[in-house]
Design a protein around this ligand. Structure first.
Ligand code: PMP
Ligand code: GLN
Length: 390
């Protein structure tokens, strides 16, 4: 009879994801939870009605493996309208159970033992464990300290014949930075002599501020033919708990991607797919999302001006970074924990998104919240201001 002591962990370095750790801690201490990224408001009632109707009409059995054809057609229409990319709904779009599933499938499908995968840190916490499970080698590159931009000269050095994949994320979680056209020009030039694929995590594509336009990989034909692009309805429609998204990739890459998808989840909840297909033509829901969140970003920043935190620029996503190194030398994991326990406001320490736990004394707040939630949180921070320093 095997005992626990005989388990040889495939992920010895991995504990419980920071999102679970901090949300649980927030709950234990009745803290206002600005840690894990999710809205505390409801989705559009129309969308909810569409799900109920789909269930009542009997759409409760397995959906087609690659996704409901109507949903894929509507995703193709949206992609053409937004990014000027003609994407074939049947051969190039796969509906999946969240962007997480898409990222995992893509890494499993492409990365072989010993292959190198370039990631940019701080990096979303799923990438490294997925690469390790595929027995790939993580090649981390730190984003530039001043503005979290990509140091392309270092990318040029670290691209090798063994580089199988390069993972991009724009708008970027946790920093809120975005990639610009010049970044894609540099990437295109760098990849000319390489065979690496690109996995582009664009789940915050509709949350971008100050008039910037989202630079999807799909806008760049030379990149598009070597890329898998991942989107999430969770972020766009305030439905993170539905876990539904999609992956766009050229037919040959999609075929490999689906080999994993079909044995990972096989398909994604049918009533949700019907509802999303019905809802996608209401374009304002995603076209107005940037303005919706920009107002929240500005509101939150204005409130936080009453605290001694230094705010870092946020050009996209629903995350605001705050630096506290001038207040305390506590490690960010300790600091975030203490703020949750003593002040009742939960955040995410950014060091956990680095392979080497680089601690720049920065924490991440989520502002996908009702105005009153943000007000209550900042009231607590102001009221207990003395505790922000230690
Ligand atoms: N990538 C990034 C950068 C994210 O922030 C998230 C959200 N948690 C995901 C992927 C996963 O998205 P989903 O909830 O659709 O699986
Ligand atoms: N993407 C969300 C965040 O960054 C959390 C997702 C999760 O909890 N797995 O907070």
């Amino acid at each position: 009879m095997p005992t626990q002591t005989l388990i040889r962990s495939k992920l010895p370095q991995v504990g419980t994801t920071i999102f679970t750790v901090m949300s649980q801690l927030a709950q234990e201490h009745q803290a206002i939870n600005l840690s894990q990224g999710f809205p505390d408001f409801d989705p559009d009632p129309k969308l909810l009605t569409f799900v109920t109707e789909a269930m009542q009409k009997g759409f409760n059995q397995y959906a087609p493996m690659a996704g409901l054809p109507l949903l894929r057609e509507r995703i193709a229409e949206k992609t053409a309208a937004l990014y000027g990319a003609e994407v074939h709904p049947m051969d190039e779009i796969t509906v999946v159970s969240g962007a997480s599933e898409a990222l995992f499938n893509a890494i499993m499908a492409l990365v072989e033992p010993g292959d190198e995968v370039i990631i940019f840190e701080p990096a979303y916490d799923l990438y490294t464990p997925a690469i390790q499970l595929a027995q790939g080698k993580v090649v981390p590159i730190s984003l530039n300290a001043t503005d979290y931009s990509i140091p392309w000269a270092e990318v040029a050095q670290k691209l090798t014949p063994k580089t199988k994949l390069l993972i991009l994320n724009t708008p970027h979680n946790p920093t809120g930075s975005i990639l610009q056209q010049t970044d894609f020009e540099q990437l295109t030039a760098l990849l000319v002599n390489h065979s690496a694929w690109v996995l582009s995590d664009e789940v915050y594509e509709h949350i971008i501020f100050d008039g910037h336009q989202h630079q999807s990989v799909l806008r760049y034909p030379a990149l598009r033919e070597r890329s898998l692009v991942v989107s999430s309805f969770g972020k766009t429609y305030h439905t993170t708990g539905w876990k539904i998204g999609y992956c766009i990739a050229p037919p040959a890459l999609t075929a490999e991607f689906r080999k994993v998808h079909q044995f990972n989840t096989f398909s994604t909840p049918t009533p949700l797919q019907h509802a999303l297909a019905a809802f996608l033509p209401f374009r304002e829901a995603y076209l107005e999302l940037s303005a919706f969140y920009q107002e929240r970003r500005d509101f939150f920043a204005q409130l936080l001006a009453q605290t001694p935190f230094r705010l870092l620029p946020c050009q996209g996503t629903y995350f605001q970074l705050a630096s506290y190194g001038h207040l305390s030398q506590e490690p960010d994991t300790v600091y975030a924990r203490r703020l949750t326990q003593e002040i009742g406001v939960a955040s995410i320490p950014v060091s956990v998104f680095y392979t080497d736990q680089v601690d720049n004394k920065v924490i991440r707040f989520c502002f996908a919240k009702k105005y009153e939630t943000m007000e209550r949180a900042v009231e607590r921070l102001v009221q207990h201001q003395a505790k922000l320093a230690s």
